[in-house]
Design a protein around this ligand. Structure first.
Ligand code: AMP
Length: 243
């Protein structure tokens, strides 16, 4: 079972959180940091499969709320459609509730959260209060030109959530039918339209990028070259969290 891991060796040295991932006793508690289109969602899904800890994506939670037509979803929708950040109170309330679910006791992969310093400070306090601090923050580094192509080409199968790219990884209809029992039915996220992408990248630069220094200062940051194929990036992430 990928979730149950062996006890760590006690070599008498003080434990560092960053190191804790390399000891198999530890539970994975990480943040994937990176611009829109850097592959956080894709890599989170691979980590979920390998380590058996849940992916917590504030973007997914917000999209679910919008689709369900909840009050929170209605409040969030305008900001999302415009490529802006949803207000901190809404997002923090959602995260606090989600971290309280039983499955998060095994650890978690935070995807798309935190997005600014206020959220990072709040997360640090929340995790400190429950005695489960972060172990690593992995920055997925991708060139701006590539991000643009990834985002404009991104399409999602509305039936199963598989992510494709019309430029770089279009779906194979027969294979998809075979694997999922339905043909791919591709939709584009409303905020992946070209006119919104620029805004999202701008917001990332202004509000989220400062987290690189924030987590570098706290010794948690690991930088991964995410301008490579999915498997290579995944290996780099595994190496990074084990270092
Ligand atoms: P994502 O799927 O992570 O790209 O998020 C899609 C949209 O949801 C973003 O453009 C924001 O409008 C909103 N969102 C997601 N996560 C956050 C967050 N941590 N703080 C504020 N807004 C968020």
């Amino acid at each position: 079972d990928a979730i149950v891991r062996m006890p760590a060796f006690d070599d008498g040295r003080p434990q560092r959180y960053g190191n804790a991932l390399s000891s198999s006793a530890s539970i994975m508690r990480i943040v994937l940091l990176g611009a829109p289109g850097s592959g956080k969602g894709t890599q989170s899904q691979l980590l979920v499969k390998t380590y058996g800890v849940p992916q917590i994506s504030t973007g997914d939670l917000l999209r679910e709320a919008v689709a369900a037509g909840t009050e929170l979803g209605r409040r969030a929708k305008a900001a999302m459609d415009a490529g802006k950040l949803v207000d901190d109170d809404t997002v923090l309330g959602m995260i606090c509730a989600r971290l309280g679910h039983a499955d998060a006791a095994k650890g978690f992969i935070l995807d798309g959260f935190p997005r600014n310093i206020t959220q990072a400070d709040a997360l640090r306090k929340m995790l400190r209060d429950i005695g489960r601090p972060l172990e690593a923050v992995v920055l997925l580094n991708v060139d701006l030109g590539i991000l643009f192509k990834r985002l404009t080409g991104r399409r999602i199968c509305q039936d199963c959530g598989q992510v494709f790219n019309v430029f770089t990884s279009p779906p194979d209809t027969a294979l998809h039918l075979d694997q999922y029992g339905h043909p791919p039915r591709l939709i584009q996220r409303p905020d992946d339209r070209e006119e919104v992408i620029g805004k999202r990248l701008e917001v990332y630069d202004a509000q989220t990028k400062p987290l690189i220094n924030y987590y570098s200062d706290s010794g948690l940051l690991r930088v991964v070259d995410a301008d490579a194929d999915m498997g290579t990036v995944f290996q780099s992430i595994q190496q990074a969290v084990n270092s």
